[in-house]
Design a protein around this ligand. Structure first.
Ligand SMILES: NC(=O)C[C@H](N)C(=O)O
Length: 614
């Protein structure tokens, strides 16, 4: 859109090309620097990050690990997958393991070789005792996967689920609902040809999934297939034999792997609550998918709506239409809805949404059938199963939630368009091209500046312009890192409610929680803990060092910071001393610190000089 200001800016720019005496304005400097300045690469830049990330791979079965049995049919083979992967040099760096990992870690972890990506990805493959073709998987399998991730949630940075492709879209959709307040990356992948065969898509799929899960915080259940990362509850299996077997027809991929990894930050479904991650471990099995077809008999429909059914996804024609001349059918649907059965209207088309454009669609909405918008049948069915299993929600709440966008599974009416921020407009940078080129450079810097200044109204404006509050600066530091150092509790709360991820690490492996600890911002530490922040496990030795150093300096405040962050205060430093030893040696009265240590088992041994001298 051209406005007067924009016209001014263009005028200034064209003037500049002809007028040598013109002094460039700030907007021109921005444009010249970032639009065509030398040395500005066109794609994302690879930056290296210190340290390692840990990914848990849950291997549930599927073609990826199958071989042919004596009847020449593919079946999953136990205890073969990891052995095979360990022998592939691009999947496992034996040398690194030999020199860097402890004896117990060596047998547990595989490690990806050094790449241009940010961290070394260590991964542990947990093979299920009963490997399944995904056609044999059902709700109990989804619950088991969810609980396994919950059990290991704090020990890993990200999760990869190896799964058969046939029912993968159901599993990914179900997990997306069962994971409440998810803060880490969960990727489901599989393959069309087993990894053991020379021409397999499985090796690339697992490699890509590991690189993404180990380097990016994408707090969603996603599906990685053939270089594309899709939102899990938007996916469907679209091909029985192509390597490009999955697609998300109503949503572009969240990330694409090519020479560069391109993550579409705008597409990520960000957190907007201050709550800890938890798993909702039950699902209601009394749900079904009913696909209409011309001449469907009323007996078939009636049989479908018999108890114990509680929820039905009705797959209708086109934009959500049903034969309006079938009075018997409409009466049956109305009666079922009156009995409290939730009926969701989803299209049989692969792409698009249901709406009330036609009389044949409008009658369904009028009969109390819930519009499923653009949900896939897999998403609608698993969402129904999740919603119906909530015992503390009444029927109206369940009806309402089926229409609400819970995990990015349906388009909520906003077209995703953004308006230019006041800041860019003030500089006259308001054309679409200006925005696109500059937002990746200017918006993150503006966010950080406003975070430092505590300017929430300005951040609101930037948010409406599409600013991403999880964006990283050159050192991978996010607005939340900065706010935690600044000690502005209100700002931290604002960021957490508006898409900031608590688990993002900067170049040196520092999380926002560690920043809040280093600045002894106790209220912020408590708020982050409420949101599910935790100390990185790989940091435990350093925590011992820091505790001892705090004790040596007599910093009760720092010890309390670690206490509020859930640290084990009896953790030793590299020489085996604990903070309590140091306090004792320094001659401070231990009672002064007792409030901090009351949860620590203080044995007389821990005080003894004998222990200290070891
Ligand atoms: N490609 C595959 O993984 C198909 C297999 N039948 C499964 O779903 O387990």
């Amino acid at each position: 859109m051209h406005t007067e200001r924009n016209a001014d800016a263009n005028h200034l720019l064209s003037n500049h090309e002809t007028n040598h005496y013109h002094t460039p304005s700030a907007s021109e400097i921005f444009l010249r620097t970032f639009r065509s300045g030398p040395g500005i690469p066109s794609g994302p830049i690879s930056r290296s990050k210190e340290g390692e990330s840990r990914v848990l791979v849950l291997y549930t079965g599927g073609t990826i690990g199958m071989m042919k049995d004596d009847k020449k049919a593919y079946v999953p083979i136990p205890n073969a997958f990891e052995k095979y992967i360990r022998r592939i040099p691009y999947m496992h760096d034996e040398e690194y393991v030999g020199t860097r990992l402890s004896a117990t870690e060596k047998s547990k972890f595989l490690v990806l070789p050094e790449m241009t990506d940010k961290t070394r990805v260590l991964y542990h493959i947990q093979e299920y005792s009963q490997l399944l073709d995904s056609s044999n998987m059902a709700m109990d399998s989804w619950i088991q996967i969810a609980l396994d991730i919950q059990k290991s949630y704090e020990a890993y940075d990200g999760f990869v689920i190896l799964h058969g492709t046939d029912t993968l879209a159901y599993t990914a959709s179900a997990l997306s609902f069962m994971f409440e307040n998810l803060g880490k990356t969960v990727i489901v992948t599989g393959s069309q040809i087993p990894v053991f065969e020379s021409r397999s898509d499985g090796r690339d799929n697992i490699l890509g999934a590991l690189v993404l899960a180990g380097n990016y915080v994408i707090p969603e259940v996603t599906v990685f297939f053939r270089n594309n990362l899709f939102r899990g509850n938007r996916t469907m299996k679209k091909s029985t034999d192509a390597f490009f077997a999955f697609d998300s027809p109503n949503m572009p991929p969240i990330a694409k792997i090519g020479i560069n990894i391109e993550v579409n930050a705008q597409a990520i479904f960000r957190p907007s609550t201050i709550e800890k991650f938890r798993v909702h471990p039950t699902l209601n099995p009394n749900v079904g998918l009913l696909r209409l077809f011309p001449n469907i008999t009323i007996q078939a429909v009636r049989a479908f709506f018999q108890p114990p059914i509680e929820g039905v996804v009705l797959q209708t024609y086109g934009a959500g239409n049903i034969p309006s001349n079938r009075i018997d059918l409409m009466e049956e649907l109305k009666a079922a809805s009156r009995r409290g059965i939730l009926i969701i209207n989803c299209t049989q088309c692969i792409e698009g949404s249901v709406c009330s454009t036609y009389e044949t669609g409008m009658i369904l909405a009028q009969a109390g059938i819930i519009p499923g918008v653009d949900m896939t049948p897999e998403a609608a069915l698993t969402k129904l199963s999740y919603v119906l299993s909530k015992t503390d929600w009444d029927l109206n709440t369940k009806r309402e939630l089926m229409q609400r966008n819970l995990r990015g599974e349906l388009s909520s009416g906003q077209d995703g368009s953004t308006k230019p921020s006041r800041m860019l407009t003030n500089y006259g940078l308001i054309t679409k091209e200006d925005q696109a080129e500059l937002e990746s450079v200017i918006l993150p810097a503006c966010i950080i500046q406003n975070v430092i200044e505590g300017n929430i109204p300005e951040l609101e404006d930037l948010k409406n312009s599409g600013a991403d509050f999880s964006s990283e600066n050159g050192d991978f530091r996010t607005p939340l890192h900065i706010a935690c150092c600044e000690g502005n509790l209100e700002m931290v709360e604002y960021l957490l409610l508006n898409g900031a991820c608590i688990h993002m690490k900067d170049r040196y492996g520092i999380t926002p929680l560690l920043d809040a600890i280093h600045f002894d911002n106790h209220d912020i530490i408590k708020l982050l803990m409420k949101c599910g922040a935790h100390l990185p496990l790989a940091h435990s030795r350093n925590v011992g060092e820091e505790l001892c150093s705090a004790a040596a300096k007599g910093s009760l405040k720092r010890l309390q910071s670690f206490q509020f962050a859930g640290a084990d205060l009896s953790q030793p430093d590299f020489s085996g001393n604990t903070a309590l030893h140091i306090i004792y040696v320094e001659g401070a009265r231990p009672t002064q610190y007792m409030d901090c240590f009351n949860k620590v088992h203080v044995s007389s041994e821990m005080y003894s000089p004998k222990y200290r001298s070891q």
